[in-house]
Design a protein around this ligand. Sequence first.
Ligand code: DX5
Ligand code: ZN
Length: 221
Amino acid sequence: MTVRIAPSVLSADFRILGDEIAMCEAGGADWIHVDVMDGRFVPNLSFGVKVIEAVRKCTQKTVDVHLMVQEPEKYFDDYVKAGADVLTIHVEAAPHLDRQLARIKELGAKAGVALNPGTPLSAIEEVVHMLDLVLIMSVNPGYGGQKFIDYSVDKIERMRFLLDQADSRAVLEVDGGISRDTIQRCWSAGADTFVAGNAIFGAADPRAEIAVLRNLCVESA
Ligand code: DX5
Ligand code: ZN
């Protein structure tokens, strides 16, 4: 399994977003994670199409858009046009999951679904075959810099089992509180893609931190 490190630009310095992304690339980042928040599904409000467009102009890497918004389907067309490679919607905000995932794929993007810590895996069992990505939230979404929720590890393990059982090659991503202290447990449980905001942008040397995080997985492989 390949390790993917996906810095979350939510924790970047927005005055110099282009430089921050270049720094992540120089450090070996695989994906760039972009957190869209609407102030309704989650309490916080972040950014939308203009920032996705700007990120797209800065990088050739996969632009991984995490939609923490109600009625996410309102944004699919614009965000794919703006350059999103992956659109991940929250199952708690997507009652018509089958139709919404199909639409994302129709637009040519990869379709992902995210689950809040309190949402059971059974909420997505029926659509596993449609998924390009599953995102296990290891914090309650809305803010960077929160503490990792330990029971996420067991959930990752059970999700890995479900994906294997379905012969799915979907990406298994984890988001929230990923750091030197938590990444290895998630990797051992079967996650392959790791979003990190605070751990990378808050590090003394963000570039080196990306390598540190990756090596913690590789070494324990
Ligand atoms: C949280 C966001 C995350 C956030 C992660 O709601 O989805 O992507 O940026 O930040 P850290 O790594 O600081 O927990
Ligand atoms: Zn996120």
